[in-house]
Design a binder for this molecule. Structure first.
Ligand code: SF4
Ligand code: SF4
Length: 151
């Protein structure tokens, strides 16, 4: 559950999440980026590094690939995010996260949210919008698990 203070957020493009986190990508994320940039997936995604399950990871215990990094930051970051309108779901959720249990989604702050310069500032965020993003992630994780176990 998020407190009223925690519901205030506006991205100020400080870049912390683009540098410190490895961003998992679902097949829908990859398709969306491909369509806009006409790149092959290998140009912008790679296998997760060994430390992925540590605190820099996002969604642990999955076979998801992550956005490539270049010079220590996401390949799509220059001064700002170059793909902001069609960025991955995980980027849309930060600095928030969620737990999902028995078809219920509970929003919370990401464990590294304190480093986000846009948190506790700006307007109230749309809880409905965050729920929709979290639900999409849950659906994608299920799809990913099914595909993986069928393979
Ligand atoms: S896609 Fe954009 S918001 Fe997401 S990590 Fe890369 S630069 Fe940052
Ligand atoms: S850390 Fe927060 S303010 Fe900085 S780029 Fe990421 S979401 Fe935006």
């Amino acid at each position: 559950m998020l407190t009223p203070e925690e519901r205030k957020f506006e991205c100020v493009h400080c870049g912390f999440c683009c540098i410190a986190l490895r961003i998992p990508v679902f097949s829908s994320d990859i398709r969306r980026i491909q369509i806009h940039l006409k790149l092959s997936p290998d140009e912008f995604v790679e296998d997760p590094p060994d430390y992925y399950d540590s605190e820099r990871g996002w969604i642990t215990n999955t076979n998801l690939r992550v956005l490539r990094q270049k010079h220590g930051q996401c390949i799509f970051r220059q001064e700002n995010c170059q793909i902001y309108p069609f960025r991955p779901l995980a980027c849309r959720l930060f600095p928030y996260s969620f737990v999902s249990k028995d078809n219920d989604i509970v929003l919370r702050l990401h464990k590294l949210a304190d480093f986000c310069s846009g948190l506790f500032a700006g307007k109230d965020i749309s809880i409905k919008n965050l729920h929709q993003i979290a639900q999409k992630i849950v659906d994608e994780l299920k799809k990913n698990r099914n595909n993986h176990s069928e393979g």
